[in-house]
Design a protein. Structure first.
Length: 148
């Protein structure tokens, strides 16, 4: 179990099934997920929004130092996006990092990035703060050249 591997790394004792269930139940509640999700198989038969929430739940339980969120906003309705963004913001600490890949400003309005990197052909071509994303949202990628 990934959580117990993490706990071992941190010098903490392993959790038994009942303790694990308690930890996961608290995370489910914090993420505004339905408790009955715990009765389902992991990653099986989930809708798009449920799948995204489940990914965040897994990150929340393990407490990753680095998380890569590839288009976590894809396929989410407005309410689900806000829930997922709230959950991601709740995971952020000075001790961890989140690398988010997105094509849309709406996620960045809810999760304020420290840095924005623009990639083209597999290379970072521009780096800035969150205002870079806003600039592109207003003027398109062709406006990058005029961003200072």
């Amino acid at each position: 179990m990934a959580l117990n591997a993490r706990r071992e790394k941190d010098g903490l004792p392993a959790l038994g099934p009942l303790e694990f269930y308690s930890v996961v139940s608290q995370k489910v509640e914090a993420l505004k997920m339905e408790p009955k999700i715990l009765d389902r198989n992991v990653n099986e038969g989930f809708s798009g929004g449920e799948r995204k929430r489940n990914e965040i739940l897994q990150l929340s339980v393990v407490g990753a130092d680095l998380a890569l969120l590839d288009e976590i906003d894809s396929g989410l309705d407005v309410d689900a996006l806000e829930d997922v963004a709230h959950a991601v913001n709740g995971l952020l600490t000075p001790q961890n990092s989140v690398l988010m890949i997105t094509h849309y400003q709406r996620l960045l309005d809810l999760i304020k990035p420290s840095y924005v990197h623009i990639m083209e052909s597999g290379k970072i071509v521009k780096t800035g703060d969150s205002s870079l994303a806003s600039h592109i949202n207003e003027g398109g990628f062709k406006s990058i050249a005029s961003f200072v």
